[in-house]
Design a protein around this ligand. Sequence first.
Ligand code: SF4
Ligand code: SF4
Length: 137
Amino acid sequence: MAVVVIEGCIKCKYTDCAEVCPVDCFYEGENMLVVNPLECIDCGLCEPVCPVEAIVPDSYPEAAKWVRINTDYSKIWPQISYKRRSPYPQSEAFKGLKNKYPDHFDPRPAAQQAGDAEESSRSKKAWGLGTRGGTKA
Ligand code: SF4
Ligand code: SF4
């Protein structure tokens, strides 16, 4: 089993989840993250840290269409293994909004933000978590 990211993440993208994932299986779009379900080890660490409850087991009914979206976009969006310093602009306004996918889903990969990786590496070490290695987004 795996978890997937669902609609609540769109235009919120707080990225707390990427910080705690021990296998770095989150991938970043312009306004949301997804999980690669084949890489997720179902450790459960990310679900409770998401402020908008946007991470659910792939077996849940609300996950149905999101399994495909997570699978497809995790192949083309860049990996993210750290918490960004800021959530998506206006994230509070989009928090809890229903049915965001038709109007607000953005298929573009995330633009890189200078300095985030450095901050993250300090933070992930503080948690006692390693990274999978290789180039981090
Ligand atoms: S913690 Fe939740 S809202 Fe934040 S990026 Fe992860 S899934 Fe999206
Ligand atoms: S359940 Fe664990 S392995 Fe899967 S995405 Fe969340 S933190 Fe990563």
